[in-house]
Design a protein around this ligand. Structure first.
Ligand code: FAD
Length: 345
């Protein structure tokens, strides 16, 4: 079957593209979440940042009440374990069920978009365009063809790996565990402990459960995670109990050279493009923004991939500012100093 555009990945980036895809194109959206995450959503905090909230409003979307999860989050607590310094900052996050949120965004796909559920297992370029192999829920293999490819397939993007093998982004392993909680606390914690990770860890509450997670260097990631839990319990910051669920996935921690929009009839969106904050790992807003920009690029005169690259320039600058913030935040001397004088409050 032949399409103008094949979008691989129906997370926030691919779904936003699909919702705004210009009518003149025949579009196929391929999404593998049912197979990849075995019925659960992508491992995520499910916190919709103020930037993402603004973008959703611009798109005319209002998050339906049934997707919201308690508690809503008006506060971020930053904790430096070794120095025992803490800082509270007011910041409004909307707490959602991430799987339901993605489903809701996908439901907005334009009429000219067909959706297929399956895992893209191969992509090849030839003189007529692209051929994409998809393995379905029953293991059946189908082949689709297109003129353009939109890679919105997240941190482990097959589009990026197959079509741009030299553009490997820096990757960490994100691990989260869910625990029963006595009550929902209305804050999100950002935790620093340099023995566990040179990035950050986090905790939050969601519908009677507490989620504790973090981004760890890929080597010994599980050992680091368990070590961090032990230390946090020992210092009486947390009382975890038995985990009810553990989830893990790759997360991109971008450097400037990892921000890559694609070229030559291939467009990368969201985390596949490296568009995620290097300081907080907040990525939903960048996914939505890049999906919207790419759809607009297909509506403009000229080559969509070049127009998109130009349009995404501001997004890249914003992400580079986050990288500078990350370099300061992940330096314990600067971080403790900044927390003590209340920077970011
Ligand atoms: C543990 C964790 C917690 C996070 N918490 C937050 C948070 O609270 N707030 C926030 O803003 N950001 C958070 N992030 C970041 C955020 O989840 C991502 O940046 C964001 O989801 C990226 O959106 P995306 O659409 O680019 O990719 P994804 O959301 O990863 O979506 C990719 C989609 O592509 C599909 N896919 C992948 N490979 C294939 C394939 N081969 N074939 C077919 N389909 C495929 C997947 O099934 C998925 O549906 C968190 C990340 C992690 C790892």
């Amino acid at each position: 079957m032949k399409y103008d555009i094949i979008v691989i990945g129906g997370g926030p980036a691919g779904a936003t593209f699909a919702a705004n895809a210009p009518k003149k194109y025949k579009v196929l959206l391929i999404d593998g979440h049912k197979i990849k995450y075995k019925g659960n959503g992508k491992p995520c905090g499910g916190l919709i940042s103020p930037d993402a909230q603004k973008l959703l409003k611009q798109l005319g979307y209002e998050i339906p009440a049934e997707i919201l999860t308690d508690p809503q989050i008006p506060l971020v607590k930053t904790i430096d374990i070794d120095s025992r310094v803490t800082l509270d900052c007011a910041r409004n996050y909307i707490n959602v069920d991430r799987a339901a949120f993605d489903e809701w965004l996908r439901s907005k796909a334009a009429d000219n978009v067909e959706t297929v559920f399956g895992i893209c297992s191969d992509i090849k370029r030839d003189e007529h365009g692209f051929s994409v192999c998809v393995s379905g829920e029953n293991g059946d293999i189908s082949e689709y063809r297109s003129e353009w490819i939109v890679g919105a397939d997240g941190a482990d993007s097959i589009v990026r790996r197959k079509l741009f093998p030299n553009k490997k982004p820096r990757k960490y392993t994100a691990i989260q565990q869910w625990f029963n909680a006595e009550k929902d606390e209305p804050f999100y914690s950002c935790i620093f402990d340099k023995t566990a990770t040179d990035r950050c860890m986090w905790s939050l509450f969601k519908s009677g459960k507490m989620i504790f997670g973090g981004a760890f260097p890929q080597e010994n990631s599980r050992k680091r995670f368990e070590g961090a839990k032990k230390k946090l319990q020992m210092h009486a910051w947390y009382k975890f109990g038995e985990p009810i669920f553990t989830e893990a996935c790759t997360v991109v921690c971008p450097r400037a050279k990892d921000l890559y929009c694609g070229e030559n009839k291939v467009i990368l969106l969201g985390e596949a493009a490296g568009f995620i904050s290097a300081s907080s790992f907040e990525g939903i807003s960048y996914a939505i923004k890049s999906g919207k920009l790419a759809a607009e690029a297909f509506n403009c005169y000229g080559k969509p991939e070049k127009t998109y690259k130009r349009m995404a320039f501001i997004l890249k600058i914003k992400l580079m500012v986050k990288m500078i913030k990350a370099a300061l935040m992940f330096n314990s001397f600067f971080r403790i100093f900044a927390m003590k004088i209340g920077i970011g409050k």
